[in-house]
Design a protein around this ligand. Structure first.
Ligand code: MG
Length: 263
């Protein structure tokens, strides 16, 4: 059952989402060779508490961290660890908070230092496919119009869409109905209407789309070990049209850069 949100509920989701987006932007500033992924996780948790929020993933179905850190062929759900980021890595951070009764959820892929041009193109394509999906987040459209638009951009770039993980509704629960695949035929599924809030999250691979789960029971990697990228925002349809709730202004990352002592 889809839970459509009132304006008042979306106002509260804007807050949880802005905290999520802000912390993710700050984490982006911290990404560089030599950084321990557990330190990024600790930062995310500390910042959440500072801002009065609860890290959404910590303990979720037993997930050990506050932040998912997925490197190179890892698609999603990588554990923070003593592993150090290395020049040339591609690192995906997936993060969410619970604040004032509502969740926010977002993800970004960041290059670590200088990366292969193909890695940058993959990262860009994930973002562009999201933007293309967003254009279809319109009253009266079908849900799968978003899915189809994402798939079209990814495949036109010569990459593939991960099929076993999907975007989702979000609100008082981290994962709500409906599921939002990043592929499919247009014109299917429920119609989009005001109050729909979704975590739209293309996960894409440079090679084939098949994934496998590592022995930790969580980390999803591409079966062919090709590079993966992930881009996610929490998005709502309001009276004023579509709003990306987790998107923070360009000044957020700027001020983060100034304030962080070890950026
Ligand atoms: Mg999500």
């Amino acid at each position: 059952m889809i839970v459509y949100k009132t304006d008042a509920e979306i106002a509260r989701m804007r807050e949880s989402s802005q905290i999520t987006g802000l912390i993710l932007a700050e984490l982006g500033v911290l990404i560089k060779p030599g950084v321990r992924t557990a330190d990024l996780d600790a930062y995310a948790e500390r910042r959440s508490r500072e801002l009065g929020a609860k890290p959404a993933f910590k303990g979720y179905r037993g997930f050990p961290g506050s932040l998912c850190v997925s490197i190179n062929e890892e698609v999603i759900h990588g554990f923070p660890s003593t592993r150090l980021l290395r020049e040339g890595d591609l690192v995906s951070l997936d993060f969410g908070v619970f604040y004032n009764g509502y969740y926010g959820d977002a993800a970004r892929t960041y290059p670590v230092g200088r990366v292969e041009p193909e890695a940058l193109r993959l990262t860009q394509t994930a973002g562009e496919s999201f933007e293309s999906g967003l254009l279809h987040f319109v009253e009266g459209n079908h849900l799968s119009d978003i899915s189809h638009a994402i798939q079209a951009v990814v495949e036109a770039a010569g990459f593939s869409v991960i099929r076993s993980f999907v975007g989702h509704g979000i609100g008082q629960e981290l994962h709500e109905d409906p599921q939002l695949p990043n592929f499919g035929f247009p014109g299917r599924g429920p119609r989009i209407r005001k109050g729909l809030v979704l975590a739209v999250e293309p996960m894409i691979a440079a090679g084939q789309w098949e994934v496998e789960i590592l022995s930790d029971g969580w980390t999803a990697v591409t079966k062919d070990r090709s590079l993966a990228a992930h881009f996610e925002e929490t998005v709502a349809l309001t009276d004023r049209g579509v709003e990306v709730l987790t998107r923070v202004g360009p000044t957020a990352a700027e001020s983060a850069r100034k304030e962080l002592p070890y950026a």
